[in-house]
Design a protein around this ligand. Structure first.
Ligand code: NAP
Length: 292
């Protein structure tokens, strides 16, 4: 078997086309451009690249990107203050704090300073709870993008065994919660999991979210399984791709799989936040609902 590619670039391009059309409608309706504020702390080159890519995509979709770059030496209090100011700023529709922040900062406190109505990257406790309860809310961008990619290929989820490797609050945990909300049977694996190979071999759907190149061996993949590789380190995913492609039915490339879907989901959620803000300013209009 040679796996079919889950082409994140193509699916993201279609989603971004839709976002672009929605932005044009929004501008015509409200006479203003939606605004995504990006906050970057420190000098990490990869984080700078990710924020630049997000800002560029934002501009291409017709939205405005308000970029705030802060020194790595700032305190948690200063970062929280900056995020609260953006939360209170009526001109800002969505806020992205690039993860990870330098180790001396309390990232959770910073995330919680983001108004949930502007949490287009889905990092606050409010968004996390909405995902856990299967309620309306902003999805964590990468898990939300993974779900949109699986849906674009009509991959059935209900009743299937999904194994998520990784349990971070921004990726592994919410990915499992979104799969559970769609009636998959979910197993989480992490650094203390005994016999990772056996757990992965049981999976109909594997979501790799670790950041260790080649951790998941191709020989572990159950024939016909769907493999989503969200890991990204040294330009490489978590899955041993050539060998996995021989066994999987579908496989995401790295790069070109999950990464583009993350950005597209962020922007889809930004235009949704902008519409919700306008609806909130006009109480007679029903709130805008929907996933992305
Ligand atoms: P993280 O916070 O470092 O979490 C990594 C997870 O992997 C942890 O839950 C950890 O377990 C688990 N883990 C570590 N070693 C393991 C092992 N040997 N076996 C099984 N599990 C193991 O990282 P993250 O922020 O979730 O990111 C994970 C990866 O996704 C990174 O490569 C990152 O670059 C990538 N990523 C990609 C995108 C995208 O758009 N494509 C977006 C976000 C992140 P413990 O909890 O036990 O420590």
């Amino acid at each position: 078997m040679t796996a079919q590619v889950l082409d994140g670039r193509a699916v993201a391009a279609a989603l971004l086309d839709r976002v672009g059309r929605e932005v044009s409608e929004f501008v015509a309706d409200h006479g203003r451009v939606p605004v995504l504020a990006t906050v970057l702390v420190g000098d990490d080159p990869a984080s700078h690249t990710y924020v630049r890519m997000k800002a560029n995509r934002c501009l291409k979709a017709g939205m405005h990107s308000h970029r705030l770059t802060l020194a790595s030496s700032i305190s948690t209090e200063t970062l929280v203050h900056q995020l609260r100011e953006l939360s209170d700023d009526p001109a800002v529709d969505g806020i992205l704090l690039q993860h990870p922040v330098p180790a001396h900062l309390d990232e959770r406190a910073a995330f919680e300073a983001i108004d949930p109505a502007k949490d287009v990257d889905g990092v606050t406790r409010t968004s996390f709870a909405a995902m856990a309860f299967g309620e309306d809310g902003f999805h964590s961008a990468t898990p939300g993008g993974i779900m949109a990619l699986l849906d674009a290929y009509d991959i059935p989820l209900a009743g299937r065994h999904a194994v998520v490797v990784g349990r971070s609050a921004i990726l592994g945990k919410p990915a499992g919660m979104l799969l559970l909300a769609r009636d998959a049977t979910v197993t989480y694996c992490h650094s203390r999991t005994a016999d990772l190979a056996a757990r992965v071999a049981e999976a109909d759907i594997v979501v790799a979210a670790v950041g260790r190149p080649g951790l998941i061996r191709g020989a572990w993949i159950k024939p016909g399984a769907v493999v989503v590789d969200a890991g990204y380190a040294d330009n490489t995913g978590d899955v041993e791709h050539a060998a996995a492609a021989e066994r999987a039915s579908y496989l995401t490339p790295v790069p070109g799989g999950v990464g583009p879907m993350t950005i597209a989901t962020l922007l889809a959620q930004t235009i949704r936040a902008a519409r919700q803000h306008e609806a909130a300013r006009q109480p007679s209009v029903q709130p805008v609902r929907g996933a992305i």
